[in-house]
Design a protein around this ligand. Structure first.
Ligand code: RI2
Length: 317
């Protein structure tokens, strides 16, 4: 494994690169670089090395199936398109597969932005949590259509990804207000006053399950519960390529547990800290999933994934 690959894994684990889509982009770029480096070997060694590097990259964060599905796509493509080909040709196929998947993600992002932006109407109060590139694209697309609306976001402890959302949107001149995470529920509730009523909530996703529930940044579950009680619609902005295929056969999704030091770096000895990265939003709390197929109901996830992405379920030799 090359030094740059170790650095990429480190960037993902330390959250220097965050968000399922950005993680997947760096995983693919790194795999492409490794392809170049490994192409001096025999074809057998080349494929063996890339498979083990792909596995290390996709597992850098444990709850990110988009990266896993991207690597799965690349090796499927290789399996079918590079059979019987020389090493040089196989290497070309690798690059083609990586470029195809990268383009697919970009294309899906545009579709998600277009579909999601239609849900934002003039004078709305739009609430979001954490930083999701998909949600950001939706908000920017609505803003580009000259819609006048306000954005509210959380700071997102412990790593403050909400600040990324706030900074990015402020740079584009949007009207942005931030609250601490513990204020989110009250803000969404009617009790915070007429002036601060939220009209719509967008969150991103790290994992989509076959039943249409979603794993997203810790805090999303509570936000969705209050939203339901207050009749504020919750939309999840995501590609269905974030499906975890294992959820077709088992219900449980392992949630990433991060270092306690993120919560309290010099915390007192003996104090136990649980630092969940994500939580689960049940399908019943989700009004719609804004995805590459438009705005769908959570119950449509399984059939769409099976119809359009059958390769996700096929083992690689
Ligand atoms: P996009 C983030 O996780 C958030 O949970 C966000 O909703 C999700 O990734 C999806 O991001 P983290 O990496 O793919 O900050 O929409 O733990 O960019």
């Amino acid at each position: 494994m090359d030094q740059t690959t170790k650095q990429a894994i480190n960037k993902i684990q330390s959250m220097e690169v965050q968000g399922a889509t950005q993680i997947t982009n760096i995983v693919l770029k790194t795999l492409q670089k490794e392809g170049e480096i490994q192409s001096k070997k025999s074809k057998v060694q080349y494929l063996k090395a890339l498979k083990s590097i792909g596995a290390a990259l996709e597992q850098a964060r444990p709850t990110e199936p988009l990266a896993r599905n991207a690597v799965q796509f690349v090796f499927h493509y290789l399996e079918h398109m590079a059979r019987g080909k020389s090493l040089a040709e196989t290497h070309q196929v690798l690059n083609k597969a990586i470029n195809l998947f990268t383009k697919l993600l970009k294309h899906q992002e545009q579709k998600i932005a277009e579909a999601g932006s239609k849900l934002i109407r003039r004078n709305m109060h739009v609430f979001t949590h954490c930083h999701s590139s998909m949600v950001e694209e939706i908000i920017l697309a609505a803003y580009q259509k000259k819609k006048n609306f306000k954005v509210f976001c959380t700071e997102t402890r412990p790593l403050y990804q909400g600040r990324i959302t706030a900074r990015n949107l402020l740079k584009k001149k949007l009207d942005v207000t931030m609250v601490v995470d513990s204020a989110a529920d009250f803000l969404i509730s009617r009790a915070s006053g007429k002036e601060l009523m939220m009209d719509i909530i967008f969150i991103g996703a790290d994992v989509i399950t076959s039943g249409g529930s979603v794993i997203n940044k810790i805090g999303s579950f509570g936000i969705a519960q209050v939203a339901r009680a207050e009749k504020v619609p919750v939309y999840v902005a995501t590609s269905l390529l974030k499906i975890d295929p294992e959820t077709f056969t088992k219900r449980y999704v392992a949630i990433e547990m991060r270092d306690r030091k993120e919560v309290w770096p010099q915390g007192p000895k003996g104090l136990k800290i649980i630092n969940f990265a994500f939580d689960r939003i049940p399908a019943r709390l989700i009004k719609g999933i804004v995805c590459e197929f438009g705005v769908i109901k959570p119950r449509q996830v399984a059939s769409l994934v099976q119809q359009y992405y059958p390769w996700i379920f096929q083992p690689i030799k």
